[in-house]
Write a protein that binds this ligand. Structure first.
Ligand SMILES: C[S@@+](CC[C@H](N)C(=O)[O-])C[C@H]1O[C@@H](n2cnc3c(N)ncnc32)[C@H](O)[C@@H]1O
Length: 161
């Protein structure tokens, strides 16, 4: 859905030949697989707390590692072209990303770590967060849209937690 809405998986203006891309909180791994297909000579790594592997054929330039991003990114300084992190919904004032995995107070540390691993001068961080309520209140999103239903379901699920 994100790549459909945004028109691409990668919006950051990375060069045509990245060597290493990292997806933090990779979830289903779909973004990792799609990006690995788009850049067959790039090592695309998905990091997640959970050992989820994508369905289907996994390109040989994909790597999946299990880890907690709050323990620090285990990558050398200045080696990554793009660090991607995407959640589906941010909820101010909590502003947690990666499905409640990173609390507001942990953001600075995470972003410092991202800054440390990206290539100096050419590396990028791409964070995608989703907050539908502003659009909802402006009447942009139709009442019966699927996205409203997704937000309502997410909110009620988080309330249960
Ligand atoms: C909502 S999913 C997003 C998945 C994927 N980025 C996407 O957009 O489809 C959030 C993912 O972040 C992972 N996650 C949460 N906290 C984490 C942490 N501290 N370290 C690593 N991964 C984490 C969860 O296991 C989950 O797979």
């Amino acid at each position: 859905m994100f790549s459909y809405l945004l028109g691409a998986n990668i919006l950051a203006p990375i060069g045509p030949k990245p060597t290493r891309i990292l997806d933090v909180g990779a979830g289903s791994g779909r973004w990792v697989v799609e990006v690995a297909e788009e850049f067959p000579s790039t090592i695309v790594t998905g990091l997640d707390l959970s050992p989820i592997l994508p369905h289907g054929t996994i390109p040989s330039n994909c790597k999946f590692i299990v880890g907690d991003l709050t323990d620090g990114l285990k990558f050398d300084d200045g080696t990554v072209d793009l660090v991607h992190s995407r959640y589906r919904r941010a909820s101010p004032p909590l502003m947690r990303i990666i499905n409640a995995g990173v609390k507001q107070t942990q953001w600075p540390c995470y972003m410092r770590d991202v800054y440390r691993v990206i290539k100096p001068g050419t590396g990028w961080a791409q964070c995608t967060e989703f907050q539908g309520h502003g659009l909802f209140s402006e009447g942009i999103v139709p009442e019966d849209s699927a996205i409203r239903q997704v937000c309502a379901n997410t909110t009620s699920s988080l309330t249960l937690v």
